[in-house]
Design a protein around this ligand. Structure first.
Ligand SMILES: NC(=O)C1=CN([C@@H]2O[C@H](COP(=O)(O)OP(=O)(O)OC[C@H]3O[C@@H](n4cnc5c(N)ncnc54)[C@H](OP(=O)(O)O)[C@@H]3O)[C@@H](O)[C@H]2O)C=CC1
Ligand SMILES: Nc1nc(=O)c2c([nH]1)NC[C@@H]1CN(c3ccc(C(=O)N[C@@H](CCC(=O)O)C(=O)O)cc3)C=[N+]21
Length: 296
């Protein structure tokens, strides 16, 4: 039997439509245009894909988009000065600093210099702490997008076994926190996990956020499980390249109950959630009721 394909691209379009509605209301009723600033230092290829898609979609939902493209050799002091400017700018409600940063920059220091209220990536230590203690925060976009798709597919996630492969601060850890918040029984697997295939086969929900092309094959998957593939891996395809996930889609689709494709799964949801977080930030900054259904 073949799995249901969870269409992240279509789901993301519905999220963006909701965001556009809230943006229109903010403009008409309050004269507020939510503004998102993206800071890109150097030329990481994965970040460029993201920035390209994001800039276009920010404009499409009616928000203001500002891009700061800095030279790979930019000093930490200059980057911190730019962030201080954006923190102080009332027209900017969301700030995203593309990761990874070039090696000479301390990314923890840089991320923690962003005003937590404008931290639409949800990476600032204050937001991480708020999420970890179940308080209102900015929730990282990729895990938030995954959660929206999981809730839509399952309704309640309570009591399900969830395995997250990957323990990064930007995907694996916050994903695990969100699933715990939904009362899943959560296991985080990583490069030192013993017999990872057997661990994964226990999962009703399997989230792969590893960065290894097609690592998760059918024999890792419990029949009927829901598989969320976060991986974005660029692999050679003849003369060109193609994108594949961390899951071997062709074999997994035969065993899973539901699965997200790459491209067209988690990626588009990540960008939609970034826009959602920016509207939420704009509402909070102005003491307005925040949109329902766009946060965790
Ligand atoms: N779709 C989207 O919107 C986004 C996609 N991504 C993609 O998601 C993937 C993960 O990203 P990110 O979390 O930043 O990556 P990181 O490299 O920061 O983390 C990868 C994690 O995978 C674990 N890992 C590596 N190799 C193995 C292995 N052989 N077996 C088990 N675990 C392993 C690592 O374990 P250890 O900690 O032990 O080293 C680590 O915890 C990438 O493909 C990235 O491009 C990322 C962000 C957004
Ligand atoms: N501060 C920060 N926050 C991030 O969230 C962040 C980051 N830095 N650095 C890079 C990674 C990667 N990432 C992607 C998001 C969407 C797609 C995406 O839209 N993917 C499309 C395909 C795009 C294509 O066709 O090439 C899809 O999966 O369908 C890809 C990658 C966010 N990241």
């Amino acid at each position: 039997m073949s799995a249901k394909i969870i269409d992240g691209k279509a789901f993301a379009a519905t999220v963006r439509e909701k965001v556009a509605g809230h943006v229109a209301r903010l403009k008409a009723d309050h004269g507020i245009t939510p503004g998102l600033a993206v800071v890109l230092v150097g030329e990481d290829p994965a970040s460029q894909v993201y920035v390209r898609n994001k800039g276009k979609q920010t404009i499409e939902v009616g928000m203001a988009s500002v891009e700061h493209k800095l030279d790979a050799g930019t000093s930490e002091a200059d980057l911190l000065a730019l962030i201080a400017e954006l923190n102080a700018d009332p027209a900017i409600h969301g700030i995203l600093v593309q990761l990874p940063l070039p090696g000479h920059l301390n990314s923890d220091l840089v991320i923690n210099s962003i005003d937590p209220a404008k931290d639409v990536d949800g990476f600032h230590i204050s937001n991480v702490g708020l999420l970890g203690t179940g308080q209102k925060s900015m929730v990282p976009c990729t895990p938030l997008g995954c959660l929206m798709m999981l809730r839509d597919h399952h309704g309640s996630l309570s009591g399900l076994n969830a395995v997250v492969i990957g323990r990064s601060n930007i995907v694996g850890k916050p994903m695990a926190q969100l699933l715990l918040g939904e009362s899943c029984t959560v296991t985080i697997a990583h490069s030192r996990t013993r017999d990872i295939e057997a661990v994964c086969r226990q999962a009703d929900i399997l989230v792969a956020a590893v960065g290894r092309p097609e690592m998760v094959t059918a024999d890792w998957i419990k029949p009927g499980a829901t598989v969320i593939d976060v991986g974005i891996n660029r692999v050679p395809n003849g003369e060109k390249h193609k994108l594949v996930g961390d899951v071997d889609f062709a074999s997994a689709v035969e065993v899973a109950g539901a699965i997200t494709p790459v491209p067209g799964g988690v990626g588009p949801m990540t960008i939609a959630c970034l826009l959602a977080n920016t509207v939420t930030a704009a509402c909070r900054a102005n003491g307005l009721d925040e949109p329902e259904g766009l946060t965790a």
